[in-house]
Design a protein around this ligand. Structure first.
Ligand code: FDA
Length: 305
């Protein structure tokens, strides 16, 4: 049942018609629990609140299915605005973005042009930028873009997904670049030809890449709500005497907020991924796919109205 629901919501997340419809109607169906708002002003308010609780942030201007140059440029402009707002308000926040919204599906020139514009402004304002990882069909291209950018910019990192078979090789290969990586389980529906279908295998691979990347001496963001993985990381860093400034935990806005505070109080850097913008639909569907309890929460919200 859980697997069917997951497939259903991941299927919905790719629907371009619903994405466009949602864009027009604004945050609905309880999406506000996971998305900070439509505008940068609303996002800034949320970041200030999280920062006041000693939680760091990575801010994401939502965007998916960008298929023309103008729109990609507009998304890049919004990310630049977000960087300027982070700097203007002295926020403890980084930036996250998706390469498809910067024009990855249009051409390499466009995505590189937009990324360089963003990284120049981010560099000037001391803001770190993480390139999110999307579905498997974009994984190789994303890593290629990241490698090219990393040669010129220090303030860029990317994401590696534990559910892919190729992941250990990617960690090994990327080690040459001493990258700051966010490690996650992976949020898309992938074929068993490319990804572990079994949760246990994903978790084991997750642990193994956390260990590899930390022992390679690279900065590691462990992005998960899973206590088993968090506990594994705590024991690992203790065993190998890895200091707290070589890694951080990350969680999504609206998910396990009490746990976020606990980890911060234990002395770990805790960063919250805060999405905002009109393109909330695909992001929201992926959150529903992850956890049936999230669906129950949404249904309760709708029935209460
Ligand atoms: P999982 O969903 O397996 O949950 C494991 C356990 O965590 C549960 O059994 C439960 O104990 C606990 N838990 C989870 N949610 C809970 C809740 N709401 N309340 C209480 N307990 C809960 N993916 C991707 O493909 N590309 C990307 O770029 C990113 N980026 C990203 C950034 C950040 C900061 C995060 C946290 C995640 C991502 N992801 C991502 C998403 C990621 O791949 C994954 O889909 C989700 O984090 C869910 O997986 P978990 O590791 O949280 O464990």
């Amino acid at each position: 049942m859980e697997r069917m629901m997951r497939s259903f919501f991941l299927f919905l997340s790719k629907n371009k018609f619903l994405t466009r419809l949602a864009r027009r109607y604004g945050l609905r169906f309880g999406a506000a629990r996971f998305v900070a708002g439509d505008t940068i002003e609303m996002a800034v308010r949320t970041i200030k609140d999280l920062n006041s609780k000693n939680l760091a942030v990575t801010l994401d201007y939502l965007g998916e299915f960008v298929d023309n140059e103008e729109e990609a440029k507009e998304k890049a402009d919004q990310s630049i605005e977000a960087i300027k707002a982070i700097s203007r308000h002295h926020l403890n926040s980084e930036l996250s973005l998706k390469l498809t919204s910067m024009g990855l599906d249009i051409s390499k020139e466009i995505v590189m042009y937009n990324m360089r514009r963003i990284l120049e402004v981010a560099s000037a304002n001391g803001v770190f930028v993480t390139i999110d990882m999307e579905d498997f069909s974009r994984c190789e291209k994303t890593i290629e873009v990241f490698k090219e950018l990393k040669k010129d910019y220090d303030n860029v990192g990317t994401v590696i997904q534990a559910y892919l078979y190729r992941t250990r090789d990617d960690i090994e290969e990327l080690n040459k670049y001493a990258p700051n990586l966010r490690l996650v389980k992976g949020a898309y529906k992938e074929s068993p030809d490319v990804a572990f279908p079994n949760k246990h295998d994903v978790d084991e691979n997750f642990k193994s890449i956390i260990k590899m990347h930390l022992l390679n001496g690279n900065y590691t963001a462990i992005a998960t709500h899973d206590d088993n993985i968090i506990e594994f990381t705590k024991q690992l860093v203790e065993e190998y005497e890895i200091s707290n400034d070589q890694f951080e935990f990350q969680m999504l806005y609206g998910i396990r907020p009490e746990r976020q505070l606990e980890l911060m109080e234990e002395g770990y850097t805790m960063r919250v991924y805060v999405p905002y913008g009109k393109d909330w639909y695909g992001y929201f569907m992926r959150r529903l796919a992850e956890r049936p309890a999230n669906v129950a929460f949404v249904l309760k919200g709708i029935l209460k109205k």
